[in-house]
Design a protein around this ligand. Structure first.
Ligand SMILES: Nc1ncnc2c1ncn2[C@@H]1O[C@H](COP(=O)(O)OP(=O)(O)OP(=O)(O)O)[C@@H](O)[C@H]1O
Ligand SMILES: [Mg+2]
Length: 593
């Protein structure tokens, strides 16, 4: 993934606006919600007009109050003031609500897109991307994209129109003074710009700091056992402290820079008003400057112009800050999935299935090769035990059959069909898998089991649990099958978790069963029970079972000894024992004990 925090060369507003990702964001989002945006824009036009009228009517108020001849004008002016403010209030309300609704919809859509991208990523992506990064992308980047759209729409419509309206009022009331202030105004804006330019670079560091905070907290939560067992609390606390301090310092720096704009602007505003007051007292070019009402109206318009002008001057920086999130969002949305379904996927046939590897070479991304030119077949309905030293490639073999990875060379076949051609749905239906670690969701036992077959009845779920020898301990829990299990099932023992995983596989009832160290966490009594149960469910099922404990593999039809990605020995138990090779050595070692 490209790193969105990479430093950006300094860009002008034109540079920012010609960013192709910005156009992509706008053309993807605005047309779809054009109804809401057009309505919001209409409301903004009304707000801008009402704001300019407010400044104009200030003059009318002063003039009508000082005009002792025409008393009825006061009522008209009073009514106009009330009317203008009412209309402005309603239009502001409509603008805020419409803009927020369109924005919220866009956030929801983008978050869903991001999530879909993530949920379809392959395992390699999750190995390479830290969870905190994934979390930040889904939760934050869509929000930032939305703020970019908001900034552009309000900037170019409401703020620009309001500013133009106010400047028009200024020129209408006081052309000469307006010319003078047009020189002061841009100078002030320039000062503000210089300051906020630096905010942008701090922003990128700030996001990286936030990611670090999430990372530490999340690792503390999911790694609670390791953190406690190795007393790593002080280490984690130190990391957290660094991250939190960094974020705090940068936040303070940002606030200081942003707050600097206020005294700067206040000083300039004060000087400008003072200048106007002085000018109004003298005659310019031999003429009186204007009526008190005109002056009042001019000063009001001048002061009111400050806010929209400030926002416009900061627009580039606001957009740049948000573009950080937009880049983050699109770098994930554009992440090509390495494992994609074929354009015209084939459904694997129903019924018992044989599995085969043909000349398979494979290495994990950035690691040395695990297999080279491995050919091996697992006939339908047979049970094969994979044994061999740690790191020999047993789990990797299962990963390839699950198509969590594609081989670099060669093919993995089920019923003679290359997995790359098979539809995802039919492949997942074919295989049930029990892995080295069991992931349990934060829900009830019943739902944790049913998740692999949502249409299963309660009775079917319980039957599967019974086969996996899990029924008894489940019923012993406070609420039986309705007992909630904590995030990742922390409240269960390792053996209990494994039995739940086996129950899932049983419930799934797939023609291919892959077991990776499935019974390693069981005591010998429950292991024996599970083994018997598995013997029942593996009947007619193509089973590949990985186990270090030989007692688990004794009843396999075939044993395959894998070392460093190569098949060292393969055959029935009696064959391998007679051969007196690597397997025999392993066997003697375990049974001598
Ligand atoms: N995600 C990964 N990225 C890079 N290398 C990996 C990854 N997973 C495993 N490996 C490497 O691939 C090789 C085979 O690992 P594998 O997990 O298949 O071994 P195994 O036979 O299942 O071992 P064990 O009996 O300890 O479970 C090892 O050298 C391992 O370091
Ligand atoms: Mg393994």
């Amino acid at each position: 993934m490209t790193d969105p925090s990479a430093p950006e060369p300094h860009r002008s507003l034109r540079g920012v606006l010609s960013d192709s990702l910005l156009w992509r964001l706008l053309t993807e989002s605005l047309p779809e919600h054009r109804g809401k945006y057009l309505a919001a824009i209409a409301a903004m036009v009304v707000v801008a007009g009402a704001t300019a009228l407010t400044a104009w009517v200030m003059g009318a108020i002063v003039d009508s109050m000082t005009d002792t001849q025409n008393r009825s004008a006061v009522y008209w002016v009073a009514a106009a003031v009330a009317g203008i403010f009412f209309v402005k209030g309603i239009a502001s309300f409509a603008q805020n609500v419409l803009l927020a609704r369109a924005g919220n919809r866009i956030v929801a859509q983008k978050q869903m897109l991001l999530y879909n991208r993530i949920v379809t990523q392959d395992v390699a992506f999750f190995n390479a991307t830290h969870t905190s990064d994934v979390l930040l992308r889904v939760t934050q980047s869509a929000q930032m994209a939305r703020s970019v759209i908001d900034t552009i729409v309000t900037g170019f419509v409401r703020d620009l129109l309001t500013l133009l309206g106010l400047v028009a009022v200024m020129f209408y009331q006081q052309p000469v003074l307006s010319l003078v202030s047009l020189i002061v105004g841009p100078a002030a804006i320039f000062g503000v710009q210089r300051i906020v330019r630096r905010v942008h670079s701090i922003m990128a560091q700030e996001m990286a700091g936030l990611a670090e905070i999430i990372k530490v907290v999340q690792e503390t939560a999911t790694g609670a056992r390791v953190v406690k067992a190795f007393a790593l609390e002080h280490l984690m606390t130190a990391r957290m402290d660094d991250a939190v301090r960094g974020v705090e310092q940068r936040a303070n720096k940002m606030v200081r820079l942003e707050a600097l704009t206020t005294p700067l602007m206040d000083t300039i505003t004060g000087l400008a008003i003072a200048a106007i007051v002085v000018l109004s007292a003298v005659n310019v070019f031999g003429q009186a400057v204007g009526t008190p009402g005109q002056l009042m109206s001019f000063v009001t318009a001048f002061l009111m112009a400050y806010e929209p002008a400030k926002r416009l001057s900061r627009m580039r920086v606001s957009i740049e800050a948000g573009m950080y999130g937009v880049r983050m969002m699109y770098s994930l949305l554009d992440q090509p999935a390495t494992l994609t379904e074929a354009a015209e996927p084939v459904d694997l046939p129903e019924g018992p299935s044989g599995v085969a590897l043909e000349g398979v070479s494979f290495s994990y991304p950035g690691a040395r090769g695990v297999f080279s030119d491995l050919t091996l077949s697992f006939p339908a309905g047979t049970t094969t035990a994979l044994v061999g030293p740690s790191g020999g490639g047993k789990s990797t073999l299962l990963n390839l059959i699950l198509r969590l990875y594609d081989p670099d060379q060669g093919r993995v076949l089920i019923d003679g069909i290359d997995l790359r051609a098979a539809s995802f749905a039919s492949l997942r239906r074919k295989i049930a898998y029990v892995g080295q670690d069991t992931f349990l969701f934060a829900t009830s036992v019943m739902e944790n089991l049913r998740i692999v077959r949502p249409d299963a009845t309660d009775a079917e779920v319980r039957e599967a649990a019974r086969i996996a020898n899990a029924d008894e301990f489940i019923l012993g829990m406070p609420k039986g099958y309705d007992t909630p299990i904590g995030e990742n099932g922390l409240a269960l023992s390792g053996g209990q978790r494994q039995r739940l995983a086996i129950a899932r596989a049983v419930l799934r009832g797939a023609p291919i069963l892959l077991l990776d160290e499935a019974t390693s966490a069981l005591d010998s009594h429950s292991e024996a029970l599970v083994r018997d149960a598995l013997a029942r469910v593996t009947e007619g099922v193509t089973t590949i079972v990985v186990a270090h404990r030989l007692s688990t593999v004794l009843r396999a039809d075939r044993i395959c000894y894998l070392d460093e990605g190569r098949i060292v020995e393969m055959g029935s138990l009696s064959d391998l024992l007679a051969r007196k090779g690597a397997f025999r050595a392993l066997y003697d070692q375990q049974f001598a004990a």
